[in-house]
Write a protein that binds this ligand. Structure first.
Ligand SMILES: NC(=O)c1ccc[n+]([C@@H]2O[C@H](COP(=O)([O-])OP(=O)(O)OC[C@H]3O[C@@H](n4cnc5c(N)ncnc54)[C@H](OP(=O)(O)O)[C@@H]3O)[C@@H](O)[C@H]2O)c1
Length: 260
């Protein structure tokens, strides 16, 4: 699963992070800023974005720029894509974190909800990877982290199907572009304390307390695995073990367990 680390001779100075107003994306913004990189932070909520930029600028003495974009719109996608294609202050680390859950099963949602959900978790990160890779290849280096999920390895409806697509793509891209100095890592966290479940109206009281991870640790592990050129980052031994067990059990058993 590991591939050679991309050359650190390329100074990975500017990072673009989607979903940076909350949860895992906001934590990436803090930890990447602490490394001294400049930031372009993407989300829809202009006020929260400005507050996050101010916070990291004052704490880490870096430059942070907010790019307000709804990634479910063509205009929003194009704005971020253009920034990734720019050779002025090029983006050398892309983190695709924007996303949400539906909180309802496939038969209860509308088609528009399903289409947008699939789009935010697959089409949007793929489009941004496509743009980022083209400039990274010209410069001979860069890193991409696609925030997938441990759910990719269990049958959990369209959410896990979409996340599995990004894991599969990231693994291929990591192998394919390693020789060009580019690492593409799928981050596969389990339950992480963010706004994710509240936003999708999920009742978290039924989730086991032991399953919860902190965004701080998830992101620290992801940055370390990305720097090591790994194609997959699975924070915590608990979830590494769960993945191995899920691989050997019949899918029907896994579905019954995760459905509880
Ligand atoms: N929390 C977990 O248990 C968990 C586990 C595994 C994987 N993940 C994945 O981690 C990623 C981040 O989720 P999180 O847990 O950090 O959730 P979160 O706290 O709800 O953050 C989601 C972020 O995505 C942004 N966003 C949502 N829709 C957007 C859109 N249309 N355009 C632009 N930005 C949008 C939100 O910003 P605005 O509202 O300001 O636009 C927010 O910054 C997601 O891809 C999720 O699937 C989460």
């Amino acid at each position: 699963m590991s591939t050679p680390s991309p050359s650190d001779a390329t100074a990975h100075r500017t990072a673009l992070i989607t979903g940076a107003t909350s949860g895992i994306g906001a934590e990436f913004a803090s930890q990447v800023a602490a490394q001294g990189r400049h930031l372009i932070l993407v989300a829809r909520d202009a006020e929260r974005l400005a507050a996050k930029c101010e916070e990291v600028e004052s704490r880490y003495s870096i430059h942070a720029e907010g790019l307000v974009a709804d990634l479910l719109t063509e205009d929003g996608q194009q704005a971020v894509e253009s920034r990734l294609l720019s050779h002025v202050d090029p983006v050398e680390l892309l983190v695709n974190s924007a996303g949400y859950g539906l909180g309802e099963s496939f038969d209860k949602t509308t088609w528009d909800q399903e289409r947008d959900h699939w789009r935010i978790h697959t089409q949007v990160p793929l489009r941004l990877c496509h743009a980022a890779l083209s400039t990274m290849l010209q410069r001979g280096g860069g890193r991409i982290i696609n925030v997938a999920s441990a759910a990719a390895f269990t049958p959990r409806g369209t959410y896990s199907a979409a996340k599995l697509a990004m894991v599969n793509f990231s693994e291929w891209a990591n192998l394919h572009y390693a020789s060009s100095g580019i690492a593409v890592t799928a981050l596969c966290p389990g339950l992480t304390r963010t706004e994710f479940h509240e936003r999708s109206g999920q009742d978290t009281s039924k989730f086991p307390r032991i399953g919860w991870l902190k965004a701080e640790k998830v992101v620290r592990q992801a940055l370390s695995d990305s720097a090591a050129g790994k194609s997959r980052s699975t924070p915590s031994l608990r979830y590494k073990t769960a993945r191995v067990v899920a691989n050997v059990l019949p899918k029907s058993t896994v579905e019954r367990v995760v459905d509880r």
